[in-house]
Design a protein around this ligand. Structure first.
Ligand code: AMP
Ligand code: MG
Length: 424
């Protein structure tokens, strides 16, 4: 059985990130949020576009004002007013100044801005009451960005700051990676959909819904493939269909050692190469990871297959720990695919049998200037999904460690909701 870190390495090495032309699409600025930039962006514009004023004040020649003070002000003639957006008409000569407003273009001849607070105005004259630094409050052309150099690199997520940059650079259309398609199917004769009557003994298929939500949150497109009974032929047909449409296939259930657990066997029969069969993790020990070469699916892409355990908590934990980083890497992100661990203090004693790397679910809180982990109330059985609600952290107990005492620091895998400010 593989250790968690071994399984993680194997899985990430199997991922072939999107690239090339057929894996991209063009979006507009208004629909670009959360997409991943596929090509570098450069601009023909300098930032700032022109020398301009950072403040409201007066554009002056430094030579004219370098020795002044409130006792001996420099007195300059105001020859022009330059609000933002107006092109200066005059060249500032010795003894002259221009009234200038924030963002307005510096007039030729002037090299320094004196802020309004250090001046006194009398009609068409301005008294400069303090000597500024040379070139004070001038934002120089191209000092933020020089035209033609890289503006945004590929592989980054487009968020509000990037949208601001792209808008300012007048890039209204941009090339992003397409969203990876992730097919999701549930296996099990016992499963019913949430809107079907619940006959005795049946179980509601919650995994397909949870996994679709997780896939969408990861920036990929969930493709629903339904519930598949535990029958080899039905399973084969469903998997074949999924392979044709998706970059990644997620099934849940049927990867254990029970009489109806056919998934591994069928994957092998269909030409899949199985890389992972079980991982020393709790919850989630049965985990199958397989690849199908490009030639098998009609869409000519290699497909990564995850056979997740059926238990609802195991399915979610396996997704967070193994599937999410793989989808992130696949989606073209150039960095930060990996799971995010933060250090936190345990609020309670946390127990494990020490045999497998154990993940306990609960809430990460920000308390004072550090994080604390609050274990979810109730049973920590992989079949109990009720107390998963509001989970935003999974406490990690490494193999061999049976206890983390209250007050000790430990690693928490951050998942789902953002970290919240906690009760003291
Ligand atoms: P399996 O791995 O197929 O043996 O399933 C393990 C347990 O998880 C069984 O109790 C199943 O009924 C349950 N289970 C399997 N698939 C799902 C699902 N899609 N939604 C909720 N529970 C499931
Ligand atoms: Mg089953």
């Amino acid at each position: 059985m593989l250790a968690v870190s071994q399984a993680e390495t194997i899985i990430l090495n199997l991922v072939q990130p999107l690239n090339g032309r057929r894996d991209t699409e063009v979006v507009t600025l208004l629909t670009a949020i959360d997409r991943i930039l596929a090509v570098p962006v450069t601009s023909v514009l300098n930032f700032p576009h022109w020398d301009n004023s950072a403040m409201d004040g007066y554009a002056v020649r430094y030579e004219d004002v370098k020795h002044c003070s409130d006792q001996q002000p420099a007195i300059l003639e105001i020859v022009e007013e330059i609000p933002a957006g107006r092109e200066p008409q005059r060249i500032i000569q010795p003894g002259q100044a221009a009234r200038i407003l924030t963002g307005a273009v510096m007039p030729d001849g002037a090299d320094t801005v004196v802020i309004q607070e250090q001046t006194r105005r009398e009609e068409e004259r301005v008294f400069i009451l303090a000597a500024p630094e040379p070139q004070a409050f001038v934002r120089h052309q191209a000092s933020f960005y020089r035209a033609g150099t890289p503006l945004l690199p590929p592989g980054i997520i487009i968020n509000a700051p990037e949208i601001a940059v792209l808008a300012a650079a007048q890039c209204t259309q941009l090339t992003v990676y397409r969203r990876p398609r992730v097919a999701i199917l549930s296996t099990g004769n016992e499963l019913v959909t949430p809107d079907q009557p619940l006959q005795p003994g049946r179980i509601v298929d919650s995994n397909r819904y949870a996994l679709a939500a997780l896939v969408a949150q990861t920036g990929a497109e969930p493709v629903q493939m339904g519930i598949v009974p535990d029958e080899p032929e039905a399973l084969k047909n469903a998997i074949a269909k999924a392979l044709q449409t998706a970059d990644v296939v997620l099934s849940s259930g049927g990867v254990s050692v029970g009489d109806y657990d056919y998934v591994d066997q069928i994957l092998a029969q269909m030409g899949g190469e199985i890389h992972v069969r079980a991982v020393a993790v709790k919850p989630g020990k049965p985990l199958t990871v397989a690849t199908f070469p490009a030639s098998v699916g009609s869409n000519q892409k290699p497909v990564l297959y995850f056979g997740l355990p059926g238990n609802p908590v195991s399915a979610l934990v396996s997704f967070w720990r193994f599937v999410q980083p793989a989808i992130r890497k696949l989606s073209g992100l150039s960095h930060s695919w990996g799971p995010l661990f933060v250090k936190a203090r345990a609020r309670h004693n946390l127990h494990s049998d020490g045999k497998r790397e154990t993940y306990l679910w609960g809430q990460l809180h920000l308390v004072g200037d550090g994080y604390e982990f609050q274990l979810a109330d109730g049973g920590h059985s992989s079949g109990n999904l009720i107390n998963l609600s509001q989970t935003n952290g999974l406490a990690v107990l490494p193999v061999g460690q049976t206890l983390i005492s209250a007050g000790e620091q430990l690693q928490i895998l951050q998942v789902g909701l953002p970290i919240v400010k906690g009760p003291i």
